[in-house]
Design a protein around this ligand. Sequence first.
Ligand code: PLP
Length: 390
Amino acid sequence: MHIYADRVKHMENSAIREILKVTEQPGVITFAGGLPAPELFPLSDIRESYDRVLGAKDPSVLQYGSTEGYLPLREEIAAQMCAKGIKAEADNIFLTNGSQQGLDLLAKLFLNPGDIVLLQNPSYLGAIQTFRSYQANFRAILTNDAGIDLKDLEFSLKHHHPKLIYLAPTYQNPTGTTLPVEERQAIARLAGQYGIPTIEDDPYSELRYEGPVTPTIKSFAADDEVIYLGTFSKTLAPGLRLGWIVGDRKLIAKLIVAKQGTDLHTSTLLQQATHYYLTHFNTSEHVERIRQTYKMRRDLMLQELKVSFPTQVSWTQPTGGMFIWLTLPDGFDTDKLLPRAAAAQVAYVPGIHFYAHNGSHCSMRLNFSNPTPQQIKQGINRLAEILKVN
Ligand SMILES: Cc1ncc(COP(=O)(O)O)c(C=O)c1O
């Protein structure tokens, strides 16, 4: 019998992984995963990129590399960040194995056991799990119809002394909602005023289906408290495992030490091939194709929900991203409903899993990027039937 470290008690099995196991059975239509549409992966362009960097016969492509990442890729990402209004040079960019590693490294740098993380409630499950594994405590930022309650945020900053703020302000996972511009400005100001590192986790902003581009929180930050996380998972392919952190040089120096202890650096071959891909193919056209497909799927899911679901059920109207958040009337428990859904061969994630604490049992997260239009139609009908017999 092994005696594990105390922190292992705080590491939970991801509920989503357990649910995904059920959904792997044939015939099940799943709205549960957070997966992109695989038919949109630019397979042949990525293959060509790997061929080109390997074909150049420069052995450095297989050599150890620097922990912060391949310089030409960091330069390319810095230019993309500047185009988003974030002031960044290559020295401000740190490559990771996806945003998930970024979250882990930042938690490793900032969190002592018992430290408080302020966050939206619900929030991205993977972030909650990571912070929990570093034995963090949580405090939810209250929300209102417009977004987050800024008075409550300031109250928490003053009285609860959080160590970290975690936000996914654009097309959030799980709700699909987006914080308005004025709130972003206020958050950037408060983060600076109270000196609290604020993680802006932004995997979805490129997946915009309508409405104006919303500037990032980081673009409003006069100082370095706001730390931005980006990823290629949703615009290229999640299986590549490539993301980045934008921060000041002092933070990057600490991240280097933290990542060295984890994996030395992100794959050299992956970074060089991705750099080739970004600089030789029409990436805007590719992202536009993704947008069009997902927009169509979102519209279809919203329409099917309207046609088949009773009026007591409500749902978000995301203007981008991959998720719709559905709320059933009080008394429903979507965790308990799940086996019945699985028996009817349809799956979702019960909303309770996205709350750091005090969660609601009557919500669920539906993904619309991965299922085909036909699956969306059939799956929403199956869900509606289950609710009728409840
Ligand atoms: C809000 C959020 N942050 C981070 C991640 C992790 O992304 P990556 O694949 O870059 O690790 C996800 C993945 O779904 C996410 O939704």
